[in-house]
Write a protein that binds this ligand. Sequence first.
Ligand code: SF4
Ligand code: SF4
Length: 168
Amino acid sequence: MLRLPQLDSSRKCGPCTACCTALGVEELNKPRGVICKHICNGCAIYATRPESCRTYYCAWRVGFGLPEDRPDKIGVVCTYVTSKSVGRRVLEILELWEGAADEPRPSALIKQAAATQIVFIQGNKTRKPFTIIPQYEAGKIKLEILNNMEAALKDQLPGFMPGSTTEK
Ligand code: SF4
Ligand code: SF4
């Protein structure tokens, strides 16, 4: 089992509700990329919100990026996801709007993150998901872009370097 980094107490959600749009919520049958029907100046059912909502924290809340990179400001919601099949942590990035991941700040964050870990990017609407895998050749990092996350994880596991992954 993988352990996520600790919450950064200086990083609060504040007015951000980006994950309430970007993520799917199984209990509510809410698909990814759709604004939750309960958003109303925050969460209208905060006291009784589903378990998925209670336990979710994006990567920014645990220290990913700079303090000013809150998801609603930069347009991407980043989440550390445990891949059971390979027993490693990967970073999943969901766009809040079409092309958000291509904008300068998200692009820089993605490049930085992909140097040490597998990054899976899910576009908003029409863009197909893709995966960036760090490859190490002669001590240099080369980022390889693949279209299918599961295939990529299986193929690349033997040569994958864990980077900042922490394990119990
Ligand atoms: S995306 Fe992150 S900062 Fe924004 S509301 Fe969700 S957990 Fe909080
Ligand atoms: S139920 Fe509340 S916390 Fe959960 S996705 Fe909807 S608005 Fe967000």
